[in-house]
Design a protein around this ligand. Structure first.
Ligand SMILES: NC(=O)c1ccc[n+]([C@@H]2O[C@H](COP(=O)([O-])OP(=O)(O)OC[C@H]3O[C@@H](n4cnc5c(N)ncnc54)[C@H](O)[C@@H]3O)[C@@H](O)[C@H]2O)c1
Length: 297
């Protein structure tokens, strides 16, 4: 960690003054660090992997799909040698517990974990949603994040400084009709992240809560739903995961605590505090319109 301290805006302060504010800008160096990124075979997880290796980090992307991981390595070009892909289902607690040793054997140290893998639900109201789909949502989105966190935290504590970042969603704080159980699973992730931040305060592990709005990724196909045209999403102004990854990596470097990613997420974060009912209506109307206008590929 690089600390720039002792910057005093008022000349009357001396460094020894008890009233002198001690402003610190702490920056996490990424070069040579080892990050684990779940869901690294597609969408945001892939872009996070590519962005981190571009900045000199080593990355172990974890995914349930081997083909997606292979494509991520290929897209990294010569930086692909700094990627150690591992196939693992994050709902399999025993398999998750075996991951840290595999990565340590390869890189020798662990400095960051980004819990990013997640799925959405079919656009179905709670009363009509299958129990098995609710279990799957919570097993991947919440328990997958929890298993990974508990498996990796003891090793993150051994680093000089480390980062734990969890990807939640705009749906964690604004209700979205037809995605209620997805929102509930992401609200659980957000609350878990905030609780971890309180528990890890003052330790070497910085905790970042990531709350993205809509991104142009194949999350629908990967969640077993009918596909939308991802390229068309981008032209309609939906956030490119590449840009989202840049913002997230920057927030990791700056040891930020919270990041609302995308105009929709930032705007709703503001509006929901003052006019929650109206903000919910607006968001749901926009989502309905987007659904109608995005044709299948
Ligand atoms: N795309 C959006 O609009 C959006 C908006 C807000 C939040 N998010 C969140 O961002 C995160 C990334 O989503 P994305 O849009 O990049 O989706 P994506 O489908 O492109 O990528 C998710 C990856 O997670 C992997 N995965 C799924 N289940 C897994 C499991 N059990 N074990 C290991 N890997 C598994 C998938 O194979 C896939 O490669 C998710 O947590 C999602 O909820 C997405």
């Amino acid at each position: 960690m690089t600390n720039f301290s002792g910057f005093y805006p008022f000349p009357i302060y001396s460094k020894s003054s008890t009233f002198a504010p001690d402003f610190k800008i702490s920056i996490m160096e990424l070069k040579g660090k080892t990050f684990v990124v779940t869901g690294g075979g597609s969408g945001l997880g892939r872009q996070l992997t590519l962005e981190l290796v571009k900045d000199g980090a080593n990355v172990a992307p974890i995914d349930i799909h081997l083909a997606g991981l292979q494509e991520t390595v290929q897209l990294a070009g010569e930086k692909g040698e700094n990627i150690f892909p591992l196939v693992c289902d994050i709902t399999d607690q025993a398999a998750v517990q075996a991951l840290p040793q595999k990565i340590l054997a390869h890189y020798g140290h662990l400095d960051g974990l980004i819990n990013n893998a997640g799925i959405i639900q079919p656009f179905v109201n709670v009363e009509n949603l299958d129990d098995s789909l609710i279990d799957r949502l919570f097993n991947i989105n919440f328990f997958g994040t929890l298993h990974m966190t508990r498996a990796f935290l003891p090793y993150l504590h051994q680093a000089e400084e480390a980062c734990l970042a969890n990807v939640s969603s705009l749906g964690s704080f604004v209700p979205v009709s037809g995605q209620t159980m997805y929102g509930a699973s992401k609200a659980a992730v957000k609350q878990l992240t905030e609780g971890l931040r309180a528990e890890l305060e003052g330790t070497n592990v910085h905790v970042l809560s990531i709350i993205p709005g809509a991104m142009a990724t194949p999350i629908r196909q990967n969640s077993g739903l009918e596909a939308v045209n991802v390229e068309k999403q981008k032209t309609k102004g939906v956030l490119n995961p590449n840009n989202a990854a840049k913002l997230i990596v920057h927030a990791i470097q700056k040891n930020k605590a919270e990041l609302y990613v995308g105009t929709d997420s930032r705007l709703m974060h503001f509006l929901f505090r003052f006019i929650p009912m109206q903000a919910t209506k607006w968001l749901n109307a926009i989502i309905r319109r987007q659904h109608q206008s995005l044709s299948l590929p």
